[in-house]
Ligand binder design. Structure first.
Ligand code: CAA
Length: 396
């Protein structure tokens, strides 16, 4: 049975910070952030925005883009590493705020940035097995990437959610079973202790763990994926390669590493064709953890000048801690036109650019947001209004 991504929905906070301004405020050369890290702007969530509100908006947008009714959803998984409760899953809040059917299975997955990929693979298998019985799945990656003020990770923050509508009649990307390679390794490269809002990261080590995961997943993919191995680099068979993008330069390093494994002495040559289109949107959004890979896929579909119809795209997912997966699917006819009509660039262009003082005020205010007393809704939802009787209150 066919299974794949039928539509993508993106949600971003309304605010954004130019990294050139952050660099000046931190006495760093702007070129370090813009070229050295390869990111231009990072999305900043105000205090009434959290993982739930972003997930709900992304899901609504995916449903709208697909023209699918909520009553058709039989599985909703939210991948996140910035959940809002130790027990109640973000998926339960999403279920309530979206009004999904009571017969819909809901849960949350956590494995750093890999959580949404775990959800996607589960949804694909759920559909292929016949258990879905015509129903569709909503897989959402929603996160607020936060390292804290004046840390090395500060310019690699971001916030946003990507929702994937997964069905047996995918109009964007169809995935065949078996074209997947996995690599897991227990490492301490990036984590967030229970007592902390901010992630702890061994930055340079995390880069090497990412590359180790890529290499392991690539070798596992080669063992499982069939098909002819012609002359030249194996990855030349792909129309695009979307890597997990914590910051733009990481995808450059990843591609260099992958092509090195294939004996390519000049990886920059294939970068423009295979990777550059995947980075157009992520460079303007920053790290959104679980959603980052799927933002890169959205970027490939909406920004690639090449005709990708019928071509295979490779996706590389990396979750610190760690689990890495390389998998591929086929771009469906008309997918790029659908992606271009989705308005993702307009969403980014519509964000308000804030200055560093406003950004710092928001970061401080977010420290106490989870204990803030709930206030009445004063605008359109979904918004996080605060806490009452230990319950998180949202406007719909
Ligand atoms: N102009 C241009 N480039 C400059 C420059 C300048 N003036 N100054 C420095 N650079 C370059 C450096 O040469 C370097 O390039 P290379 O990586 O190609 O060598 C780059 O800018 C970054 O410089 P540093 O390594 O000195 O930067 P840093 O020590 O401040 O740390 C970082 C960078 C480790 C990525 C840090 O931002 C960090 O810890 N980020 C969070 C962790 C992270 O994103 N890890 C990614 C892998 S793990 C993962 O993917 C999971 C996840 O989502 C977190």
């Amino acid at each position: 049975m066919h299974a794949g991504i039928d539509a993508i929905g993106l949600a971003l906070p309304p605010l954004t910070l130019e990294l050139a301004a952050l660099a000046r405020a931190r006495n760093v050369e702007p070129s370090k952030f813009l070229e050295g890290l390869g990111t231009t702007r990072i999305s900043i969530p105000p205090v009434d925005e959290d993982t739930v509100t972003l997930a709900v908006r992304a899901a609504n947008s995916a449903l709208e883009n697909a023209g699918v009714a909520k009553s058709d959803i039989g599985l909703c998984i939210v991948g996140t590493e910035t959940a809002v409760d130790h027990s109640k899953p973000v998926a339960a809040f999403v279920h309530g705020l979206l009004g999904l059917p009571s017969g819909c299975r809901i849960y949350e997955t956590k494995h750093a940035c890999y959580g949404a990929t775990a959800g996607l693979q589960t949804a694909l298998d759920w559909i292929r097995s016949g258990s879905a019985r015509g129903k569709k799945a909503l897989i959402i990656g929603s996160d607020i990437a936060r390292y804290g003020l004046r840390t090395p990770g500060e310019p690699t923050q971001g916030a946003g959610a990507v929702a994937l509508l997964v069905s047996d009649a995918p109009r964007l990307v169809a995935f065949e079973p078996g074209k997947v390679g996995t690599f897991a390794h227990d490492v301490n490269d990036f984590w967030r202790p229970l007592y902390s809002k901010d992630a702890v990261v061994d930055g340079h080590y995390s880069v090497s763990c990412y590359l180790e995961g890529l290499e392991g997943a690539y070798r596992a993919y080669l063992e499982r994926a069939d098909g002819p191995r012609g002359e030249g680099p194996f990855s030349d068979r792909f129309g695009a390669i979307a890597y997990h993008v914590p910051y733009g330069k990481m995808a450059v390093k990843a591609h260099r590493h992958l092509r090195g494994l294939e004996g390519d002495a000049d990886p920059a040559k294939s970068f423009e064709r295979l990777v550059a289109p995947t980075l157009v949107l992520p460079r303007l959004v920053g790290n959104i953890y679980t959603g980052s890979l799927y933002l890169a896929l959205a970027s490939a579909l909406s920004e690639s000048p090449a005709d990708l119809a019928g071509r295979e795209v490779a996706l590389f997912s990396y979750g610190s801690g760690s689990c890495a997966e390389l998998f591929s699917g086929t771009v469906q006819p008309g997918a790029q036109a659908r992606a271009r009509a989705s308005g993702w660039r307009a969403l980014i262009d519509g964000q308000r650019v804030i200055d560093v003082a406003e950004y710092e005020t928001i970061m401080d205010a977010r420290e106490a947001m989870d204990t803030r007393a709930a206030h009445d809704a004063d605008g359109p939802g979904p918004r996080f209004l605060g806490v009452r009787d230990h319950r998180r209150i949202y406007s719909a």
